[in-house]
Write a protein of this length. Sequence first.
Lengths: 263, 443
Amino acid sequence: MTQILAIAGTTLGEAIRRRVLLIILMVGLAFIIIMPGISELSARNSYDVLSNMTLGIIKITSAILAVTLTVYLLPNEIERRTIYTILSKPVQRAQFLLGKYLGSVSALVVMIGLMTIVLIAAFAIQLKTTDAKTLLPLVRQSVMLVFQMSLLAALALFFSTFATPVVNFFLTGLFFVFGNLMNPLFNQLGSGKAGPVVGTLMKAAHYVIPNFGNLDVQGGATAGEAQIRGSELVYMFNGAIYAIVYIGILMILSIFLFEKREV
Amino acid sequence: MKKPRTLLLGILTALLVAQGVLSQRFIFPQWKRDYSTGNLGIAEGLTPDQLLASLSGLRTLVAGILWVKTDEYFHNGQFDAVVPLVRLVTWLDPRQEEVYATGAWHIAYNFTDEQNRSDRRYIPLALRLLQEGVQYNQNHYRLFHETGWLYYHKIDDDYDKAVKWFEQSVSKPGVLKYLRSILASAYQRDGRIEDALVWYAKLEKDAADEFAVTKDPTTRILKDTQEKNLNNHLIRMTSRGYFGKKAGVYDKYPYDTHNPVNLNFTFKVEVVDKKVIRVTGTWGIPTTGARVRCVLRDADYNLKWEPAPGLDFDIDRNRTFMLDPLYTQNGRFDRRIDMSRNPTMYGFKSDEYVLEFYFSPRSAPPHIQDKIGWNGEGMTDRQFIDDKVRPGQRVLFTSVKLTRDQILRRGEYRDGYVYRSPGYKEVTTLEESDVIFRGSMRN
């Protein structure tokens, strides 16, 4: 465990020191600050429009962060040959992988957390309120975003055990898009309306492919809990558990592949 | 390594099963109920970048951008561009009640002709949009209220449906207090006078209870308003003879609805130009406030407000339906209805048309209802009182048949066409400066 935490700490420090990440973070922050101007354009429904847009921007920024952080994690270590130094010490490959992943996730948590704080401050100033009812939905979405992006990072790390960074980037992006569409696709095609073959394929895909849509509460977050018939907290809890379970699957698969890989 | 590997394989299998069960059994059912858009969220009309964004789980972001665009189009007066965008936004993010509410209002109210008459053929579409919104936002009062309001205010008929929607609206948590009184008004228009009384009494009690706890000025105002509403209703029920009838003493006492006002409704329809008609007439309601509904429609086109199942978001442009609530003053009305400048609204493709005049006591303002009652018991007419078109009410209703040639002034009607109802007396034209002679019907 000590080894894992040490590697995680180093990875977090390195991630924060990387200028490219800071630039992306600045872009995200700048967007959030600019966004309140949108309320001038959309007098009607300005809260919903604002929250949709700002949360959307945080999501884009976080997704880019998650992918760029993890896609180069292993290739950089191998290219710079630092991996040999680490693995020559009493550190197992699985520990190295877990440490790297936890470091990336910690960096994501820090960055999403920062963006959320700025977002809430911007909303509080723009709407002149500190009412928890208004601001809490934004926190909820950000919490789920942490799980969603952790899953995305795990996926990118999994691909990085056998694919080059460019291939990894596109594979992860493809799975992210498809994973976001899983529920609506399954809803429409899973019943076999488009034929039994498509129906079966859809069911299989819905079962196997990481479902990023399960972790998206933005519709409910922006529209208010009153419109959600079930408990949003239960939904979020189930989603969080789902993300942890799926991250576990991806990490085990990554360990298997990384154990066999020649470095 | 073999032992940990087997252990890891075991854990992997267990996790695979667990994620499947979690996703299929617990998350998906709730997603379907609370977060589903009902479709893929991919709609024609999105630009490639918007489509990509919506596919990447950024539906609500794209919806927000499109909604800002919609607002811009609306304020620029580009109304035709608004409806498709509203559809896109609701497809992408069906939790946006404001979009449904504004979209339906826009569809129902803003497609107007040159004389600001709205195109009523759009009303079923507006209702369809609202009903779709209600499906996705079951727990909130807003769209239930908006649907009720469309029946109550725009359709201004079918009050039983307004009641149905308002009843659901007031049963939802978080409904604004000041919106709850509308249900009592809807009950009255639906002829459910005692239900209105019960509701007013409940609102008054709720407000009094709240004031007893909070003692704040806002609650005090609400309490006073509810008290006033309740008292007004009781006074109206009394003076209009409602209680008298129930007690079997209606004929014994001088209630306001006695000595029915003779409407003596007469009218003239004149085709003054191609697709331009002038309707003039007289009736026995001397005060302002009540309007006579004038409808010109295809003879075989009885527009149903309730949207048909599977209705798409377009109207039958071959059909003509014009509705003008005629303003009356000093016992007469005079309106030139110009349909020549809006061919898409008034295509006049059919051969036969019906022109109807309709007045229901239920939609009359209280100061007129004080005389004619809720059900028209205080009004009479030699020719046009009808108790069949609206069961339980005595309404004013009459219709005249017109042909396409008459409206288009073709063939033998080249010089125009005039129809006068029996007993019609020529009226002097209404002038803006006309003084309102009588403000009350009590005397």
